[in-house]
Design a protein around this ligand. Sequence first.
Ligand code: NAD
Length: 476
Amino acid sequence: MYINGEWLHAKSEKTREIINPFNQEVIATAVEGNAEDAKTAIQAARVAFDEGSWSTMPASERGAIVNKIGSLIERDLEELAELETLDTGKTVQESREDMADIANVFFYFAGLADKDGGEVIASPIPNSESKVVREPVGVCGQITPWNYPLLQAAWKLAPALASGNTLVMKPSEITPLTTVKVFELMEEAGVPKGVANLVLGAGKSVGAELASNHDVDLISFTGGIETGKTIMQAASDNMKKIAFELGGKNPNIVFADADFETAVDQALNAVFFHAGQVCSAGARLLIEESIHDEFVEELVERTKRIKLGNGFDEDTQSGPMISAEHRAKVESYVEIGKNEGAKLVVGGKRPDDPELQNGFFYLPTIFTNCTSDMRIVQEEVFGPVLTVETFQTKEEAVQLANDTIYGLAGAVWTQDLSKAEFVAARLRMGTVWINDFHPYFAQAPWGGYKQSGIGRELGREGMEEYTELKHIFRNK
Ligand code: NAD
C-alpha cells in the first residue's frame, strides 16, 4: 500500500493471493489492508489537502505532473498490458488498447488542468463585481471494480489530481496489480507525498471506511448497483458528494435495413468482448422481426467460431471469466433463463477443450424467444450471455430498449438516418451509438441515466465532478 509517500505493509500483516483466471496460478501476494489502514490514508490525504500546496499549485504545473504520468504509462505500456492480462484474463491486445486509452486519459485531463479560470458574471448590484471560480472538492475516496482495473482507476485519478484534490484509492481486491504499478509511476512523476494514497483490501472494510469517514469529501465509485446503494447510505452521514458508475443491461437495436455483415459482427463484439464482463455490453439484442431468423442463424454460426483461450495467445478472441464465483453466477442465470422459457440456441455450458479446464471459462451463449418480463432480460448477468427479442416498429424498439432500470448505453443499426435519430433521441441512456458499438474516448462524458449511475466521468463534466463552484461577490 502507498500511504503518505511510503510503501507499507498492512497493519494486520494479512495477505491475499492474486490469481490468474486463465490457470488459477498465484501471480502475486497482495497486502490486505483494513479500516485502520484506510483511516491512516484518509488522514494523510486530509493533511495534504489542508496544507494546500497541491490545490494551490499553479494549475499548469499540476497539469505537467499529470501529463508525465501519461508519458510514463506509455513508456511502460507493455509491462502494464501484460500485468492486466495476467490479472484479468483479457487478451493482451485488449490490454494494450486499454493502456493506450489510459495514457490518453491522463493527457486529456492534464490539458484541462489550467483551462478553467472561472468567469466574471454580470452582477445586478451597482458598483460590485461577481466572479465564479471552481475549486477542488477536497479529499476523494475512489473505489474501482475488477473488469477494467486500471482504466476505471485512470478515469478517477486523472481528473481528481488535475483539479487539485487529494485522494485515497481502493482497487478491487482481486485485481490490484496495475493500480499498484501506476502509483509507482505517479510517485516517479512527482505527485507529492500524501496527495495520492493507495489502500488494498476488501470492500466491506477499506471501501466501507472510505464511504463513511467524515474526512472524505467525495466518494467516486464504479461497481454494482447493490454496492452503490450501500455506499450511498454510508456517504449520506456527512453528505459527501457522490459520483457513481454502475451497471448496465444495454440494448443493441438492429433494423432490417442495417448493413447485415457489420451488424452481425458487431452484435457479437458488443456482448462477447472481454467475456461479456463490460458494463456497456450489448447484452440485449432487439432485432426487427423480418430478419430475425436469418440474423440469428448467422450469429450462432459465428458464435461457435469464437476462439477462447490464453489471453497471451495471438489467436485468442476471448479469455476466461474473472473468478469461479462469478462464473457460478453466470451459470445460475443461464439456468434461470432456461426455466423462464427462453430458448438456448448456442453455448450454455463450459467448454470441453481440455486445455481450458483450469480457467474460469464459459462458452458464449445465446437465448432467443426472450421477453421483457424475464429475469435473464432484466438483470445484469455480466457474462457472455445474449438475449434476443424482436420488434416490428421503431416505437416498439424504443419501448423495449427503455424497459429496464438501467440507462448506461445502447446502439441502433440502420441505414436510415432519420430512423436512427428518432431512436437515439428517445433512448434514456448516457451513451447512444449509431451504426457502431463501444467507442468511448476521454473527450466525451460517460455515465448512466436511471440506476446506471450518478454524475459523469471523462469529458469536461468528468473534471467538474471533482470541483466545487464558488461565487465571490465584491462590493466596490
Ligand atoms: P462490486 O460492486 O462488487 O465491487 C466494486 C468495488 O466496490 C470493489 O472494489 C469492491 O471491493 C468494493 N466494495 C464492495 N462492497 C463494498 C462496500 N460495502 N463498501 C465500499 N466498497 C465496497 O462490483 P464488481 O463486481 O467489482 O464490478 C462489476 C460491476 O461494476 C458491474 O455491475 C458493472 O456493470 C459495474 N461497472 C460499471 C462501469 C461503468 O462505467 N458504469 C464500469 C465498470 C464496471
